[in-house]
Design a binder for this molecule. Sequence first.
Ligand code: PAP
Length: 326
Amino acid sequence: METSKTPLNTEEDLQELLLTLPSEKNLDGNNSLYLYQGAWIPVSFNLRGVDSFQRHFVAQDTDIIVASMPKSGTTWLKALAFSVAKRHIYGAGESPLLTTSPHELVPFFETDLYSKDQLPDLEQLPPPRIFGCHSHYGNLPESIRDSKCKVVYICRNPLDQIVSFFQFAHKFKVDDGVSLLSLDECYESICRGAYGQGPFWDNVLGYWKASSERPDKVLFLKFEDLKEDIVFNLKKLAEFLGVPFTDEEEKEGVVEEIARLCSFDNLRNLEVNKNGVRPLSGAPNSAFFRKGEVGDWVNYLSPSMAENFLDIIEEKLTGSGLTFRN
Ligand code: PAP
C-alpha cells in the first residue's frame, strides 16, 4: 500500500491532493467522489482519516477487523463479532448492544477514529479491540496484514448492495440544495464501479484472494449465507476468532442467544437504534436498519439493468471462483 507522498495534516494538504485525483458525482449529487489508491472514496468519508489510518495504525495480534464494502451487512457483522469475542465479559442479557449502536462499539478507522484525531490513543482499549473498516485489502496498513490480527470480511450480492446503498443515501440526504441522483442517472457510474469504496469487484476480490491465501488471517463471509444459517456461521466465526463455542455453551443455547440478540428485528427495535444518531456524520442509527432482506433489488432495478450489471460483475470476477446468490 502506498500512502500519499505528503501527509494530509491540514485541510490545505487535502485540497491540494483532491486537485490531482479523478472525481465523479456521488449518489448525493455532489462532485465528491474521488479515486484514491484505486478506491472511489466520498470526500465526506474523510480522505484525511484514510491517510492517517494508513500511516499511524499499529495492529495488535489480538485485534479483530470487521471489513466490508458499505451496505453489505457491516452493522450485523459488527454486532456478531462483538458478541462472540466479548461473550466471556457480557452475557447476552447484559450486552452493551442493548443500549449502544454496533457502530459505537466497533468504530470505523477511517471516520470515527482517524478523521478528527490523527493520532487517537487506541492503546488503552481492552483486548480484543474490534474495529470496522471499508478500505480495500491492498490499502490496509501493513501492520494489519503483517500481524496476527484477524480480519473478517462480509460481502453481499451486488444488486442488493447497490440498492441498499442508494436507499441509505436517500434517507440520509442533508438538505444542501443539490438533488440526489436517480438510480437511472447513476447507473452508468455504478457499472464502472464508481461509487463509495468501489469498484465492487476490487473491494471484494482483495479480501477474497487474501482469504484463499491466508484462511487463518481472513474470513470471507456472505450476507446471504448468514441469512440462511446464522448458527452455522456464528460457529465458523467463533472458531476463526480462536474462541470456539464449547459443548457446554452449545447445550446452553449461547449460539442461538447471540443470533437472536443480533437479529435484524431485535436490533432495529432497540431504543438506541430507533432514535440515536451517529455522532460525527449525524446519520440516524435507524438508517442502518431498513429491510435486511435478500432479493429486495427486484423492487428497484429493471431486469435489464440487473442483467447488464451482473454480466459486468461476472466478467470482473472470472476465474476467481467467487459467485453470488441474488
Ligand atoms: P454500513 O456499511 O454503512 O455500516 P451495512 O450495515 O453494511 O451499512 O448495511 C446496512 C444493510 O444491512 C441494510 O440493508 P437493506 O438496506 O437491504 O435493508 C440493513 O437493513 C442491513 N442490516 C442491518 N442490520 C442487520 C441485521 N442484524 N440483519 C440483517 N440485515 C441487517
